[in-house]
Design a protein around this ligand. Structure first.
Ligand SMILES: [Zn+2]
Length: 469
């Protein structure tokens, strides 16, 4: 009976794809159907999140995730699956951070903080100092050394709530986190506390990468994020009493670089095997949650793109790769390594799509490409209409695929609904239960549909004269 069933299924699939007679509408319908009824992304994410957990670069969990995803890709019957070695930074958080606000001697209120990724530790007994609150670097400069030296700088610029794109709101704030320590140390600050990049008022601190640029080790000051509720509390207490002090203790550490891997799987193209199209997400994550939205979702969706192509019987003309990048969060080493090796080998990457904006309902894509390619995309818009996919805009793709940019290729990023993303981003609330199965599967199908179309129709060749030398 089972054999008969399989034979019928095979026969109907053969009929379905007979001589490419299927319309794009029907192929895309089948892709969505497969993802929503027979998808694998949610099961993979469950394992990645609940059996492995947070996957900070260089950690044991990151290595487990490399092994697990390679093993799962091996099961898909792709033409090739391999690991690409890459050296990654290893930063460890150490014990749980501790902090309080001291409004007067002996009167303290405990608050929620976490060290920023890449930060140095505080002195072993912690760091206590007066606080100076600023909204931006200009305000810091105006205050100058006389008002900042020996103090903790508190960067408290909230994400702008009236922006519909929360990524834009994030972009307007994130320099406080990334560059705050460099700027504050210019004026002799002893530490940095930054308001979490979160639109919601809650008690969760959100970590994320920061830099010291080329500051000598002796000039590096410890930096931490504070929850939005506690940022408001600290701000209020400073207004009531300017001599309020802040105490924090963290023992995070930057260790030596370690060997890790990008995980890659490939379906070799039937007509143009030397033209590569990639889909990917990043396998590493921050350590406070289990990295389900950032970027477990993008990882499993990308894996499912190749599986869905196979399941729906699509035989790509071009070589399609899934690339699971290591170390997007605190170094982008995986993305850089992948592009470097591709360049060395002279591989022609005509298309690259990244999913790294959360596992929420997909709305469309952003593109980094020529006008000719973008116009081609716009002509496909009606095909996506039944799936409520309407957002097709130029501007940005993904951090990991960025280094692959050429004058002629197409880089793209999946754009899901972003309203809840920053509730979870880099916080302990980035967990599996925050991902909806259908939303995740819709994203995988949406990505597969775009890959199918670009494979079928190719990337328009830009006239040689338009290319920059
Ligand atoms: Zn990410």
């Amino acid at each position: 009976m089972r054999i008969l069933k399989s034979a019928i299924l095979l026969f109907s699939l053969l009929l379905f794809f007979n001589a490419g007679s299927q319309t794009d509408e029907n192929v895309i319908k089948e892709i969505y159907k497969q993802s929503l009824t027979n998808g694998k992304s949610y099961d993979w994410l469950n394992y990645l999140s609940n059996q492995i957990g947070g996957r900070l670069s260089g950690s044991l969990n990151a290595e487990k995730a490399v092994a697990y995803t390679k093993e799962e890709l091996d099961k898909l019957g792709l033409d090739k699956v391999w690991l690409q070695p890459v050296m990654v930074p290893k930063w460890v958080r150490g014990f749980k951070e501790y902090a309080f606000i001291e409004s007067e001697k002996g009167k303290t209120t405990t608050v929620n903080i976490c060290a920023l990724g890449g930060s140095v530790a505080t002195p072993a007994l912690g760091l206590k100092a007066h606080v100076v609150e600023v909204k931006n670097f200009e305000e810091l400069e105006t205050l100058g050394k006389e008002n900042v030296e020996g103090k903790i700088v508190f960067f408290n610029r909230p994400m702008q709530a009236d922006l519909i794109s929360t990524f834009q709101a994030y972009g307007g704030c994130v320099n406080q986190r990334y560059k705050g320590a460099v700027e504050a140390s210019k004026y002799g600050a002893v530490g940095v506390i930054v308001r979490s990049m979160n639109l919601r008022l809650d008690d969760l601190p959100h970590t994320g990468s920061m830099t010291y640029d080329d500051l000598p080790v002796s000039k590096r000051i410890p930096s931490a994020a504070i929850s939005t509720n506690d940022a408001d509390l600290l701000s209020t207490m400073l207004k009531l009493n300017k001599s309020t002090k802040f105490y924090f203790k963290q023992n995070c550490k930057q260790l030596k670089d370690v060997l890790s891997y990008n995980v890659i799987g490939q379906i070799t193209g039937s007509e143009f095997p030397n033209e590569y199209m990639i889909v990917g997400g990043h396998l590493d994550s921050w350590d406070l949650g289990d990295g389900s939205h950032d970027d477990g979702a993008g990882v499993v969706q990308s894996m499912d793109v190749l599986r869905l192509l196979k399941e729906t019987g699509i035989k790509p003309k071009r070589s399609i790769r899934v690339v699971l990048f290591m170390n997007e969060e605190n170094g982008l080493r995986g993305g850089k390594k992948y592009a470097e090796v591709a360049k060395q080998k002279g591989e022609n990457h005509v298309f690259a799509l990244e999913s790294d904006a959360g596992g929420f309902t997909s709305r469309g894509f952003s593109f980094d490409c020529s006008d000719a390619s973008f116009n081609q995309v716009l002509s496909w818009q009606p095909l996506f209409k039944p799936y409520l996919i309407h957002y097709f805009e130029k501007g940005g793709s993904g951090a990991d695929v960025g280094p692959l940019k050429t004058n002629t290729n197409v880089l793209a990023g999946l754009r899901p609904d972003s309203q809840r993303y920053f509730d979870h981003h880099h916080a302990s609330s980035d967990t599996f239960d925050a991902v909806n199965k259908r939303e995740l599967e819709l994203g995988a199908a949406t990505m597969t549909a775009l890959v199918y179309l670009f494979d079928k129709y190719g990337v328009p060749v830009t006239k040689k004269s338009q290319l920059k030398k």
